[in-house]
Design a protein around this ligand. Sequence first.
Ligand code: HEM
Length: 277
Amino acid sequence: MQSAAHDSPGWQLNLNAQKALTLSGQIWFLIAAFGQWLFVAYVIGFYVPVLALGGLPGLGDTHLPHGHAAGDLVGNLAIAGHILVAIIIVGGGPLQLIPAIRNRFPALHRNLGRTYLFFAFFTSIAGLYLVWTRGVLGGLAGHVAISLDAVLILAFGALALRYAVARQFDRHRRWAMRLFMVVSAVWFFRVGMMFWFMTTGGIGIDTETFSGPFIYSWYFGQMALPLLLLEIYLWASAPQRHGAAKLAAASVVFVATAAMSIGIFAAVMGMWLPRIV
Ligand code: HEM
């Protein structure tokens, strides 16, 4: 039998608000996973033929500013490995966050988790090597921001692993979600930038030099904004939180999902699809 407190309007409001919040998180995740798999389709559709037909020098004929350097075998292997690893981690990452897969196939979750961590660490170190030997667009801000992303991936990955081994699954889940956000930062960068182009025409972006206030702030926003959104979601999901806070958080997640959907559409149409057709 339900208690009188469970029949009260306040309790019902909290329950419905929690349902709205959970739904907002699920829709956000489904759209993000779909958009990430479109990015994987682009990486397969564009880079696999480039490497298969042209080998490592083939990367020098792409849009990458530093895709190939004669005589630098380590750097050339690092960039090819870095790009191909995106297929594994961006393709496999969302699967780790689906509760049904985690609960029904725990061995798959463990093995995919180890593979994911290994390659996320590998690609971050390869990325760091490339940034500081070949450079990236966006000047010092670009160098510092993408290096910070690599450091966050290494740190959050270590924490997710530590709490999994210690069987502290609530903490493991939180750090794994944070890890997903920072591994996805490069994807958020592209989606956010294309959202900005589509909605403002590119205010604050100098396309000649790939610089400007928007680029500099979005280099850090690519990590900060998704992490902030996640923390809002986790904070509002706590059982003791009031219904109004849960509804406010759900609204924020819905707005972020709408912006992300526009960005995915713009990235596919304006950046990824034209390179493979
Ligand atoms: C872990 C998630 C990451 C993924 C999935 C990823 C994926 C990619 C992909 C697909 C490209 C090719 C660019 C394109 O066609 O759009 C690329 C380029 C690159 N990435 Fe990453 N990346 C990640 C993280 C990082 C990190 C943390 C760093 C640096 C510390 C980094 C450094 C680079 C560099 C230097 C390039 C070449 C860009 C150039 O030539 O200027 N990446 N990455």
